[in-house]
Design a protein around this ligand. Structure first.
Ligand code: ADP
Ligand code: NI
Length: 213
């Protein structure tokens, strides 16, 4: 394994030590592995993809509000590894492009950005995605479902971050939109299965809710 990537893995392991908000080290490691797989399939630059995947959440708005604009954690790490400005800027650009912010989010400018964004989004759907959504909901004191609270669709970035809703609504407000937002063919195919699994889960959930099962 590349030495810088090995150091980045050590760095994120200590960085995410005490987090249980859904942004733990295991999320980052899953994104890293998935992004590597997608990058290999799509002939992208694997090193850039891996470095960006490992650093994609270290300056997250929710986890590190002080560094989220200048991405100081990612920059400091890359400088400590002697990365040149070209690599640093490519990685920072990808991190900036990765996060979902409502329906107006732009598609990444590079294939490497597409690989990381797709991997991050794949981790929000399927069996893991379901578990992460309910973990997030519990962590933020949200109720899991209230039929009286309608999902609100087509939110812009500002509305999306101010919005308070239920965890079930989060499926309709974000998770069921992700399949069609995948950029790479590799991720589109994986997303199909994860989406089907979530739809089936939602059907079961609603049947049990109505007392039909
Ligand atoms: P990322 O940019 O890493 O995908 P987010 O910070 O948007 O992540 O979300 C982290 C995890 O928490 C994701 O799995 C996401 O689906 C979930 N999550 C985010 N917002 C909500 C919410 N309002 N209700 C339930 N789950 C949520
Ligand atoms: Ni992430």
């Amino acid at each position: 394994m590349n030495e810088v990537i090995e150091q980045a893995i050590n760095y994120i392991k200590s960085f995410f030590k005490n987090d249980c908000s859904g942004h733990d080290v295991f999320h980052t490691m899953r994104v890293y592995k998935m992004a590597t797989h997608i990058a290999e399939q799509e002939n992208a630059d694997v090193f850039i993809v891996q470095l960006a995947a490992l650093l994609h959440d270290v300056d997250d708005r929710k986890l590190s509000p002080i560094t989220c604009n200048n991405k100081k954690n990612a920059v400091d790490f890359m400088q400590s590894q002697g990365m040149n400005d070209d690599i640093i800027n490519r990685v920072l650009m990808i991190i900036e492009e990765v996060s979902f912010k409502g329906t107006g989010t732009a598609r990444p400018a590079s294939i490497e950005g597409e690989c990381v964004q797709d991997a991050d989004r794949l981790d929000a759907i399927g069996a893991i995605g379901i578990a992460r959504a309910f973990t997030y909901g519990g962590n933020h004191n949200r109720i899991m479902h209230d039929p009286a609270i309608e999902p609100s669709l087509n939110m812009d970035e500002k509305q999306y971050s101010a919005h308070i809703s239920t965890t079930i609504n989060h499926f309709y407000e974000k998770l069921f939109l992700l399949k069609d937002l995948m950029c790479t063919q590799t991720a589109k195919e994986l997303a199909e299965h994860r989406e089907m699994y979530m739809r089936a889960y939602m059907e079961e959930f609603m049947s049990e809710w109505e007392g039909l099962k």
